[in-house]
Write a protein that binds this ligand. Structure first.
Ligand SMILES: Nc1ncnc2c1ncn2[C@@H]1O[C@H](COP(=O)(O)OP(=O)(O)OP(=O)(O)O)[C@@H](O)[C@H]1O
Ligand SMILES: [Mg+2]
Length: 234
């Protein structure tokens, strides 16, 4: 594979959780390798507790592995200083969770703009992008409403817009449709596919849904702390 096409390369990742008293240990990831190409859509499957969220957290620098290395565009995440880690979380990676985590006191537009506040420079560029994203996600008419006035599907679409405001290279989505009904889940998936296609953003989705996994380019299942390539999703 041409190294220029590789976005993320994780090698020999290990992650074990220990409880606070130093007692029981829970080995979650062990000798895990992963390569993600630019623009690739990847599903991470596996039973509850298999380590999907743990893996997404490591890739997103929300947690650190016990050992092993994650490279993003060739650069080891463990070499980033604190400021660079914050910039990575705010700009390079976008996060979407099962629940939208929008701020209840802010409108949708304000929520979408929030991650752009630390950026230096032109506010009008961020405002324009927020407008484009709200339109793309089909929630333009609701932009001045607060989350409590909107449906779960609309809020989740706003959360995706918020994750994209700083033009990330990768969207890390942890069961993004897990709190939605079938219709809203399918609409959100359509939008995520469009985002990948039109904005060139890589997508890693942790999901229990075979229907979602089938729409990704590559499907992995976590088994005994490692990724197994799933080839029989049809
Ligand atoms: N901060 C933590 N401290 C201790 N154990 C943890 C912690 N986070 C996760 N675990 C444990 O690690 C294992 C993997 O958790 P993880 O959340 O990654 O699983 P998951 O595949 O995302 O599951 P689900 O499908 O239910 O979301 C679980 O057994 C969990 O209890
Ligand atoms: Mg999880």
């Amino acid at each position: 594979m041409n190294p220029d096409n590789i976005l993320i390369k994780a090698e020999n990742l290990h992650k074990t959780y220990r409880n606070a008293t130093g007692g029981a240990e829970r080995r979650v990831l062990a000798q895990l390798d992963l390569v993600i190409r630019k623009k690739e859509k990847v599903a991470i499957m596996g039973p509850s507790g298999s380590g999907k969220t743990t893996l997404l957290n490591l890739i997103g620098t929300l947690d650190i592995p016990d050992s092993g290395m994650i490279r993003f565009e060739g650069r080891s995440l463990s070499d980033l200083d604190t400021g660079q880690v914050l910039a990575f979380r705010n700009r390079t990676a976008g996060f979407v969770f099962q629940f939208h985590h929008l701020l209840p006191q802010c409108t949708l537009l304000e929520n979408v703009l929030l991650p752009s506040i630390p950026n230096k420079g032109d506010r009008s560029a961020a405002n324009h992008r927020a407008e484009d994203l709200l339109q793309f996600m089909g929630i333009w008419d609701q932009r001045h409403n607060k989350p409590a006035e909107l449906s779960g599907g609309e809020c989740q679409r706003a959360a995706v817009a918020r994750a994209l405001i700083n033009q990330p290279k990768i969207l890390l989505a942890d069961e993004p449709t897990g709190s939605l009904d079938e219709e809203n889940a399918s609409l959100l998936m359509e939008l995520l596919m469009g985002i990948n296609e039109e904005m060139g953003v890589s997508l890693i989705v942790a999901t229990h849904s075979p229907a979602i996994a089938r729409r990704m380019d590559t499907v992995y299942r976590i088994e005994d702390g490692k990724l197994v390539h799933v080839t029989d999703m049809e």
